[in-house]
Design a protein around this ligand. Structure first.
Ligand SMILES: CC(C)(COP(=O)(O)OP(=O)(O)OC[C@H]1O[C@@H](n2cnc3c(N)ncnc32)[C@H](O)[C@@H]1OP(=O)(O)O)[C@@H](O)C(=O)NCCC(=O)NCCS
Length: 169
């Protein structure tokens, strides 16, 4: 099944080796990394390694701007074996925030998972302080389900978090 989605302004597709520079641009930006669990990238080779690690069955999409070809973000909607929910996540290059791109990409990934994977129940989470991400989730139809906490993978910081659910018939 081809993993390619077209929206008004974006193409969502698997990551390619040539995307490393664009990925490093946001994965190495502390403003983007602030609430993300993964460590801030400190070199482009980390982007190369991450892209190379994506297998055929990866859930990760590159968000490519149709107008310029630039990859302005990445996201995924993947089945969590432990609870059977499709978990949604995304991050975007800081220069492109506030123009509806994350919402456009998130809606497209949800629709893709619904149509191509049979997904009906979705989950997502965000730091309480990450208001923009909460808006993206609400605009996609997610509703808060419960509170909790999560930590950076290296344990350096812990955030109060809100966990969301979305059910589609
Ligand atoms: C969260 C993120 C993906 C949003 O991307 P985006 O393309 O700017 O999102 P959109 O433009 O689609 O929507 C953002 C919404 O949040 C609102 N918003 C942005 N900053 C806000 C703030 N500080 N307070 C309240 N609302 C805010 C915007 O007004 C918009 O809502 P609206 O359409 O009702 O006006 C982006 O900020 C990002 O990559 N952050 C870093 C990574 C991250 O936190 N990922 C999510 C982890 S849960």
């Amino acid at each position: 099944m081809e993993r390619r989605i077209e929206t008004e302004r974006l193409i969502l597709r698997p990551l390619q080796p040539g995307d490393a520079r664009d990925v490093y641009e946001f994965a190495g930006d502390p403003r983007v990394n602030r609430f993300m669990p993964y460590a801030l990238y400190t070199g482009i080779e980390q982007a190369h390694r991450w892209i190379a690690s994506q297998g055929e069955d990866s859930d990760e999409f590159a968000f490519q701007l149709k107008s310029t070809g630039k990859v302005i973000g990445t996201g995924s909607v993947g089945l969590e074996e432990k609870d059977g929910l499709y978990h949604l996540g995304y991050n975007l290059n800081y220069d492109y925030w506030g123009r509806g791109y994350a919402t456009e990409a998130a809606r497209a990934m949800i629709r893709w998972a619904y149509e191509c994977k049979g997904a009906r129940d979705f989950s997502a989470s965000r730091a309480v302080a990450n208001t923009a991400s909460g808006r993206v989730l609400e605009k996609c139809g997610f509703r808060p389900d419960h509170s909790g906490q999560y930590s950076k993978f290296d344990g350096s910081e812990t955030f109060d978090a809100l966990y969301y659910r979305l059910h589609l018939d």
